[in-house]
Design a protein around this ligand. Structure first.
Ligand code: ZN
Length: 130
């Protein structure tokens, strides 16, 4: 089963917790034991799993990526958003999560985050459950 939903991001760099949306698709699929692939079909955004208990963690991740890959650094790409493309490659376009007893097998502190690097925009997330 393939599901899809949209995410509205709020700033150039943003991390949006999409765990509930993904779990909803898993629940609707009826799959009890399987795999869930979460895929972001964008070149300037990504998806990652990290701590959701303290929102400062993802702020630190975004700020550290900003230091590693500054917005302006003599890039060649004419659109002017190379930093966002580079961050998207660093973070990656998909994650996989084991489904156990109909639930995403996330650790106690883990959440799934949509990572925006060239927002604010409305983005799409695709989810495959099998
Ligand atoms: Zn571009």
């Amino acid at each position: 089963m393939i599901g899809e939903f949209s995410v509205r991001t709020r700033s150039r760099n943003d991390a949006v917790d999409i765990t509930s949306e993904v779990q909803n698709i898993v629940s609707r699929s009826g799959v009890s034991e399987g795999i869930c692939v979460i895929y972001v079909p964008h070149t300037t955004a990504g998806v990652t799993i990290n701590e959701g208990a303290d929102p400062a963690v993802m702020q630190d991740v975004l700020e550290s990526l900003e230091k590693l890959v500054p917005w302006r650094a003599g890039y060649k790409h004419l659109e002017g958003n190379s930093a966002a493309h580079i961050k998207a490659s660093l973070v990656g376009s998909s994650v996989q999560i084991i489904i156990d007893n109909g639930k995403l097998s996330l650790g106690t502190w883990q959440r799934v985050f949509f990572c925006e690097f060239d927002g604010p925009r409305t983005r799409r997330v695709k989810v495959m459950v099998s």
